[in-house]
Design a protein around this ligand. Structure first.
Ligand SMILES: Nc1ncnc2c1ncn2[C@@H]1O[C@H](COP(=O)(O)OP(=O)(O)OP(=O)(O)O)[C@@H](O)[C@H]1O
Ligand SMILES: [Mg+2]
Length: 323
């Protein structure tokens, strides 16, 4: 199993639950495990009844398990402040306000969340030496997984920007013939330096995601969720990332034979429909179904989490057992 494990899927399918269960499973198998979650609405904090924030903290009552929670809103702010301060060093005071306004607008566009989170994910991946396993519970929009698939695209975008900047610094230099300082400008240009740093970051991300990461999709036995998973598999596969398997969550339990009331009849119908969909999932996807988790009556925490942990057929071993 790879060091970094990502769980993705549509909103509410059970990403946080399954990530927590898998993290717990790794920790119980003796791996130093870090759980990284992003969704403040229902998150690792609720599952373990313990507040987590930006810094990894031990999860009480569970040896080897650590958790951190990223707040997307805060990440967007941080990202914005960071870019503003880099930019304001580069431009004349006269246009600082206009640039700030543009940066603020850019951070209100859809995708800003994911962009900021993506940067934080890279940070976490780079500074996780002390962990054997890092489990990412991705954000509900599905955009994060798509972004994760994009580092190569970002890399080439940055290359183009760098080329443009080099060209303009070069033109500037030609215009300033006789100015002995001009030649130095190219090497020291802060914008080129920044772009080069970003490029290295994306190279690192692409490599780490392709070579050291596993992706699992969580889905429910409903049509929308199945559709979405097909798209996610296609996106990830196209980017050279391997989807290790599917976790089908919230599957209706089968009522006992003898039960005949309206409730039992409804549940039986529903059970059949979902079993058909489950069969379809097994048939349509190349990826194995690694767990089928029944819908419980109450939300998953405490003992219920332990039960779900036991149902997860995802290996934890640092390297797959030799056949
Ligand atoms: N098998 C299950 N049986 C009963 N409740 C479940 C099950 N799996 C998850 N839940 C509950 O469903 C809700 C949503 O689950 P969860 O938060 O894990 O989904 P999510 O995909 O992380 O959602 P979001 O997209 O909002 O981040 C939670 O209240 C959780 O306890
Ligand atoms: Mg969640």
């Amino acid at each position: 199993m790879n060091k970094f494990v990502f769980f993705g899927g549509k909103g509410g399918v059970g990403k946080t639950t399954v990530s927590s269960a898998y993290g717990l499973k790794c920790a119980r198998d003796g791996l130093e495990t870090l759980l990284v979650s992003t969704d403040p609405a229902h998150s690792t904090s609720d599952v373990f009844d313990q507040q987590f924030d930006d810094d990894p903290e031990p999860v009480e009552g569970h040896e080897n398990l650590f958790a951190m929670e990223l707040d997307p809103e805060e990440e967007v702010q941080r990202h914005m402040t960071d870019i503003k301060s880099t930019m304001s060093d580069q431009v004349s005071p006269a246009i600082v306000n206009e640039i700030d306004r543009q940066i603020e607008l850019a951070h209100r566009t859809p995708g800003a969340y994911e962009a900021a989170l993506f940067d934080r994910f890279i940070d976490v991946m780079r500074s996780s030496e002390e962990y054997d396993r890092v489990v990412f519970d991705t954000s509900p929009t599905g955009g994060t997984l798509r972004l994760l698939a994009l580092p190569e695209f970002l890399e080439s975008w940055i290359e183009r920007l760098t080329a443009k900047r080099t060209e303009s610094v070069d033109l500037f230099e030609k215009a300033a013939i006789g100015d002995k300082e001009a030649r130095q400008k190219l090497a020291e240009d802060p914008i080129i330096r920044r772009l080069t740093e970003r490029k290295k970051l994306f190279e690192f991300a692409g490599e780490t995601l392709r070579e050291q990461s596993a992706f699992y999709l969580v889905l429910n036995p409903d049509e929308l969720s199945i559709e979405e998973s097909h798209r996610a598999v296609a996106d990830l596969t196209e980017a050279g990332l391997t989807v290790g398997g599917l976790v089908v969550n919230k599957v209706a339990p089968e009522p006992d034979e003898g039960e005949t009331g309206t409730g039992a009849t409804y549940l039986r119908e529903r059970y059949r429909t979902e079993q058909d969909r489950l069969a379809r999932i097994r048939e349509e996807f190349d990826q194995p179904v690694v767990a089928v988790i029944e819908q419980r009556v109450s939300e998953i925490k405490g003992d219920l989490l332990s039960e779900v942990t036991a149902e997860l057929g995802i290996e934890t071993a640092a390297s797959p057992p030799q056949a």
